[in-house]
Write a protein that binds this ligand. Structure first.
Ligand SMILES: Cc1cc2nc3c(=O)[nH]c(=O)nc-3n(C[C@H](O)[C@H](O)[C@H](O)COP(=O)(O)OP(=O)(O)OC[C@H]3O[C@@H](n4cnc5c(N)ncnc54)[C@H](O)[C@@H]3O)c2cc1C
Length: 217
Protein backbone atom coordinates (compact mmCIF):
# COMPACT_ATOMS: atom_id res chain seq x y z
CA UNK A 1 0.00 0.00 0.00
CA UNK A 2 1.38 3.42 -0.99
CA UNK A 3 1.43 6.27 1.47
CA UNK A 4 0.73 9.35 -0.62
CA UNK A 5 1.61 12.73 0.79
CA UNK A 6 -1.61 14.67 0.19
CA UNK A 7 0.36 17.86 -0.40
CA UNK A 8 2.28 16.40 -3.32
CA UNK A 9 -0.79 15.11 -5.16
CA UNK A 10 -2.27 17.50 -7.68
CA UNK A 11 -5.90 18.03 -6.63
CA UNK A 12 -8.30 16.61 -9.19
CA UNK A 13 -9.78 20.00 -10.10
CA UNK A 14 -6.31 21.16 -11.22
CA UNK A 15 -5.40 18.10 -13.25
CA UNK A 16 -4.96 18.67 -16.97
CA UNK A 17 -5.40 16.31 -19.90
CA UNK A 18 -3.82 16.85 -23.33
CA UNK A 19 -4.97 14.65 -26.20
CA UNK A 20 -3.32 14.54 -29.61
CA UNK A 21 -5.79 14.39 -32.51
CA UNK A 22 -9.31 15.66 -33.05
CA UNK A 23 -10.85 12.31 -33.97
CA UNK A 24 -13.37 10.18 -32.12
CA UNK A 25 -10.62 8.45 -30.10
CA UNK A 26 -9.70 11.73 -28.40
CA UNK A 27 -13.35 12.71 -27.98
CA UNK A 28 -14.10 9.32 -26.41
CA UNK A 29 -11.07 9.65 -24.10
CA UNK A 30 -12.25 13.10 -23.07
CA UNK A 31 -15.74 11.76 -22.29
CA UNK A 32 -14.35 8.98 -20.07
CA UNK A 33 -11.90 11.40 -18.41
CA UNK A 34 -14.91 13.54 -17.47
CA UNK A 35 -17.20 10.69 -16.42
CA UNK A 36 -14.79 8.29 -14.73
CA UNK A 37 -11.74 10.49 -14.06
CA UNK A 38 -13.81 13.43 -12.77
CA UNK A 39 -11.59 15.79 -14.75
CA UNK A 40 -12.90 19.29 -15.20
CA UNK A 41 -13.90 19.52 -18.91
CA UNK A 42 -12.22 22.92 -19.16
CA UNK A 43 -8.92 21.26 -18.31
CA UNK A 44 -9.03 18.96 -21.34
CA UNK A 45 -7.23 20.13 -24.48
CA UNK A 46 -7.35 18.42 -27.88
CA UNK A 47 -4.62 19.20 -30.39
CA UNK A 48 -5.53 18.84 -34.07
CA UNK A 49 -3.04 19.59 -36.81
CA UNK A 50 -5.66 19.97 -39.57
CA UNK A 51 -7.99 22.94 -39.82
CA UNK A 52 -11.01 20.63 -39.85
CA UNK A 53 -12.33 18.70 -36.86
CA UNK A 54 -13.32 15.06 -36.67
CA UNK A 55 -10.32 13.14 -37.99
CA UNK A 56 -11.53 10.29 -40.20
CA UNK A 57 -15.11 11.33 -39.43
CA UNK A 58 -14.56 14.76 -40.95
CA UNK A 59 -16.74 16.39 -43.56
CA UNK A 60 -16.87 19.83 -45.04
CA UNK A 61 -19.06 22.00 -47.19
CA UNK A 62 -22.21 24.06 -47.08
CA UNK A 63 -25.71 23.99 -48.58
CA UNK A 64 -24.46 26.40 -51.25
CA UNK A 65 -21.25 24.63 -52.31
CA UNK A 66 -22.28 21.08 -51.58
CA UNK A 67 -20.67 18.66 -49.15
CA UNK A 68 -17.54 16.55 -49.23
CA UNK A 69 -16.89 13.60 -46.93
CA UNK A 70 -14.70 10.57 -47.16
CA UNK A 71 -17.35 7.94 -46.73
CA UNK A 72 -20.73 6.91 -45.42
CA UNK A 73 -21.00 5.98 -41.75
CA UNK A 74 -22.08 2.56 -40.61
CA UNK A 75 -22.54 1.28 -37.09
CA UNK A 76 -23.15 -2.27 -35.89
CA UNK A 77 -24.72 -3.85 -32.80
CA UNK A 78 -21.29 -5.37 -32.03
CA UNK A 79 -19.75 -1.94 -31.31
CA UNK A 80 -19.83 -2.52 -27.56
CA UNK A 81 -17.33 0.22 -26.70
CA UNK A 82 -18.77 2.83 -29.07
CA UNK A 83 -22.29 2.10 -27.90
CA UNK A 84 -21.15 2.34 -24.27
CA UNK A 85 -19.78 5.80 -25.08
CA UNK A 86 -23.02 6.81 -26.82
CA UNK A 87 -25.03 5.57 -23.83
CA UNK A 88 -23.94 8.48 -21.64
CA UNK A 89 -23.76 11.27 -24.21
CA UNK A 90 -27.01 13.29 -24.20
CA UNK A 91 -28.85 13.63 -27.49
CA UNK A 92 -28.57 17.01 -29.19
CA UNK A 93 -32.28 17.19 -29.87
CA UNK A 94 -33.52 15.76 -26.55
CA UNK A 95 -31.00 15.93 -23.70
CA UNK A 96 -33.28 13.70 -21.60
CA UNK A 97 -32.25 10.70 -23.71
CA UNK A 98 -28.82 9.41 -24.77
CA UNK A 99 -27.35 9.27 -28.26
CA UNK A 100 -27.64 5.48 -27.98
CA UNK A 101 -31.37 5.68 -27.16
CA UNK A 102 -31.80 7.94 -30.17
CA UNK A 103 -29.89 5.56 -32.47
CA UNK A 104 -31.79 2.50 -31.19
CA UNK A 105 -35.16 4.20 -31.66
CA UNK A 106 -34.21 5.26 -35.18
CA UNK A 107 -33.04 1.79 -36.22
CA UNK A 108 -36.16 0.19 -34.81
CA UNK A 109 -38.19 2.46 -37.05
CA UNK A 110 -35.98 2.67 -40.15
CA UNK A 111 -34.49 -0.71 -41.04
CA UNK A 112 -31.58 -1.00 -43.46
CA UNK A 113 -32.52 -3.46 -46.19
CA UNK A 114 -31.00 -2.73 -49.56
CA UNK A 115 -32.88 -4.16 -52.54
CA UNK A 116 -30.15 -2.98 -54.92
CA UNK A 117 -26.91 -3.59 -53.02
CA UNK A 118 -24.67 -3.22 -56.07
CA UNK A 119 -25.47 -1.22 -59.17
CA UNK A 120 -23.22 -1.11 -62.22
CA UNK A 121 -23.90 0.99 -65.33
CA UNK A 122 -27.43 1.55 -64.10
CA UNK A 123 -28.13 -2.18 -63.68
CA UNK A 124 -28.70 -4.03 -60.46
CA UNK A 125 -26.18 -6.86 -59.92
CA UNK A 126 -27.61 -9.95 -58.23
CA UNK A 127 -25.47 -10.56 -55.16
CA UNK A 128 -27.52 -13.18 -53.34
CA UNK A 129 -24.50 -15.53 -53.68
CA UNK A 130 -20.97 -14.67 -52.53
CA UNK A 131 -19.60 -16.36 -55.64
CA UNK A 132 -16.89 -18.30 -53.77
CA UNK A 133 -15.05 -21.29 -55.19
CA UNK A 134 -14.02 -24.03 -52.77
CA UNK A 135 -10.45 -22.67 -52.94
CA UNK A 136 -11.71 -19.22 -51.86
CA UNK A 137 -13.54 -20.84 -48.93
CA UNK A 138 -10.43 -22.71 -47.81
CA UNK A 139 -8.24 -19.60 -48.20
CA UNK A 140 -10.72 -17.61 -46.08
CA UNK A 141 -10.81 -20.23 -43.34
CA UNK A 142 -7.02 -20.46 -43.35
CA UNK A 143 -6.43 -16.71 -43.14
CA UNK A 144 -8.86 -16.52 -40.21
CA UNK A 145 -7.08 -19.31 -38.35
CA UNK A 146 -3.48 -18.39 -39.09
CA UNK A 147 -1.26 -16.38 -36.75
CA UNK A 148 -0.76 -12.72 -37.65
CA UNK A 149 3.01 -13.16 -37.34
CA UNK A 150 2.89 -15.60 -40.22
CA UNK A 151 1.08 -13.10 -42.44
CA UNK A 152 3.61 -10.39 -41.60
CA UNK A 153 3.67 -7.75 -44.33
CA UNK A 154 1.79 -9.87 -46.88
CA UNK A 155 -0.82 -8.13 -49.03
CA UNK A 156 -4.35 -9.46 -49.53
CA UNK A 157 -3.49 -10.38 -53.11
CA UNK A 158 -0.49 -12.42 -51.90
CA UNK A 159 -2.97 -14.69 -50.13
CA UNK A 160 -5.91 -15.10 -52.50
CA UNK A 161 -6.03 -16.14 -56.15
CA UNK A 162 -6.94 -13.53 -58.77
CA UNK A 163 -10.42 -15.14 -59.10
CA UNK A 164 -11.22 -14.20 -55.50
CA UNK A 165 -11.15 -10.53 -56.50
CA UNK A 166 -13.87 -11.18 -59.10
CA UNK A 167 -16.36 -12.56 -56.53
CA UNK A 168 -19.48 -10.75 -55.36
CA UNK A 169 -18.05 -11.06 -51.87
CA UNK A 170 -14.96 -9.02 -52.74
CA UNK A 171 -17.09 -6.40 -54.48
CA UNK A 172 -19.31 -5.98 -51.43
CA UNK A 173 -16.59 -6.33 -48.76
CA UNK A 174 -14.03 -4.07 -50.43
CA UNK A 175 -16.55 -1.31 -51.12
CA UNK A 176 -18.01 -1.60 -47.62
CA UNK A 177 -14.64 -1.29 -45.86
CA UNK A 178 -12.59 0.55 -48.49
CA UNK A 179 -10.17 -2.33 -49.10
CA UNK A 180 -7.77 -2.42 -52.03
CA UNK A 181 -6.24 -5.70 -53.23
CA UNK A 182 -2.79 -4.50 -52.17
CA UNK A 183 -3.82 -3.65 -48.59
CA UNK A 184 -2.48 -5.54 -45.59
CA UNK A 185 -3.55 -9.17 -45.24
CA UNK A 186 -3.43 -8.74 -41.45
CA UNK A 187 -5.88 -5.84 -41.63
CA UNK A 188 -8.17 -7.91 -43.87
CA UNK A 189 -7.99 -10.82 -41.39
CA UNK A 190 -8.88 -8.48 -38.50
CA UNK A 191 -11.94 -7.21 -40.38
CA UNK A 192 -13.04 -10.80 -41.06
CA UNK A 193 -12.86 -11.55 -37.34
CA UNK A 194 -14.63 -8.29 -36.56
CA UNK A 195 -17.49 -8.59 -39.03
CA UNK A 196 -17.89 -12.24 -40.07
CA UNK A 197 -21.28 -12.28 -38.34
CA UNK A 198 -22.49 -9.93 -41.10
CA UNK A 199 -21.74 -12.43 -43.91
CA UNK A 200 -25.31 -13.76 -43.88
CA UNK A 201 -26.84 -10.36 -44.66
CA UNK A 202 -24.04 -8.51 -46.41
CA UNK A 203 -26.16 -8.54 -49.60
CA UNK A 204 -28.83 -6.33 -48.02
CA UNK A 205 -26.79 -4.41 -45.40
CA UNK A 206 -29.53 -5.31 -42.93
CA UNK A 207 -26.95 -5.39 -40.12
CA UNK A 208 -25.96 -1.76 -40.59
CA UNK A 209 -27.12 0.62 -37.87
CA UNK A 210 -27.53 4.26 -38.80
CA UNK A 211 -28.08 7.43 -36.84
CA UNK A 212 -31.04 9.81 -37.36
CA UNK A 213 -28.59 12.35 -38.76
CA UNK A 214 -27.58 12.72 -42.38
CA UNK A 215 -24.01 11.79 -43.28
CA UNK A 216 -22.69 15.34 -43.02
CA UNK A 217 -24.18 16.02 -39.59
C1 LIG B 1 -13.82 6.73 -45.71
C2 LIG B 1 -13.97 6.11 -44.35
C3 LIG B 1 -15.15 5.46 -44.02
C4 LIG B 1 -15.29 4.88 -42.76
N1 LIG B 1 -16.47 4.29 -42.47
C5 LIG B 1 -16.65 3.76 -41.24
C6 LIG B 1 -17.89 3.20 -40.88
O1 LIG B 1 -18.82 3.21 -41.67
N2 LIG B 1 -18.02 2.64 -39.65
C7 LIG B 1 -16.99 2.64 -38.76
O2 LIG B 1 -17.16 2.14 -37.66
N3 LIG B 1 -15.80 3.17 -39.07
C8 LIG B 1 -15.61 3.73 -40.27
N4 LIG B 1 -14.41 4.29 -40.59
C9 LIG B 1 -13.35 4.23 -39.59
C10 LIG B 1 -13.51 5.32 -38.55
O3 LIG B 1 -13.92 6.52 -39.17
C11 LIG B 1 -12.15 5.50 -37.87
O4 LIG B 1 -11.73 4.26 -37.33
C12 LIG B 1 -12.19 6.48 -36.73
O5 LIG B 1 -12.81 7.69 -37.12
C13 LIG B 1 -10.74 6.72 -36.26
O6 LIG B 1 -10.77 7.65 -35.20
P1 LIG B 1 -9.44 8.03 -34.46
O7 LIG B 1 -9.77 9.18 -33.56
O8 LIG B 1 -8.80 6.83 -33.90
O9 LIG B 1 -8.41 8.52 -35.58
P2 LIG B 1 -8.58 9.67 -36.66
O10 LIG B 1 -10.00 9.92 -36.97
O11 LIG B 1 -7.63 9.33 -37.75
O12 LIG B 1 -8.07 10.97 -35.89
C14 LIG B 1 -6.73 11.24 -35.66
C15 LIG B 1 -6.56 12.74 -35.76
O13 LIG B 1 -5.28 13.07 -35.24
C16 LIG B 1 -4.71 14.08 -36.02
N5 LIG B 1 -3.29 14.02 -35.77
C17 LIG B 1 -2.46 12.99 -36.03
N6 LIG B 1 -1.23 13.28 -35.60
C18 LIG B 1 -1.30 14.50 -35.03
C19 LIG B 1 -0.33 15.33 -34.39
N7 LIG B 1 0.95 14.93 -34.24
N8 LIG B 1 -0.74 16.53 -33.92
C20 LIG B 1 -2.04 16.94 -34.05
N9 LIG B 1 -2.98 16.19 -34.67
C21 LIG B 1 -2.61 14.98 -35.14
C22 LIG B 1 -5.13 13.74 -37.42
O14 LIG B 1 -5.08 14.87 -38.27
C23 LIG B 1 -6.57 13.25 -37.19
O15 LIG B 1 -7.51 14.32 -37.31
C24 LIG B 1 -14.23 4.91 -41.83
C25 LIG B 1 -13.05 5.57 -42.15
C26 LIG B 1 -12.92 6.18 -43.40
C27 LIG B 1 -11.62 6.93 -43.70
Amino acid sequence: MHNFDKNTINPIQNRKVYLVGGGIASLASAAYFIRDGHINPENITLYEELNIAGGSLDSSGSPKDGYIMRGGRMLNFSYLCTYDLFSFIPSLTNPAISVLDEINAFNKKIKSHSLARVVEDGHKIIVSSMGFSNKDRLDLIEIMAINENYLGTKQINDWFSSDFFKTNFWLMWSTMFAFQEWHSAVEFKRYLHRFIHEFKRINTLAGVDRTPYNQFD
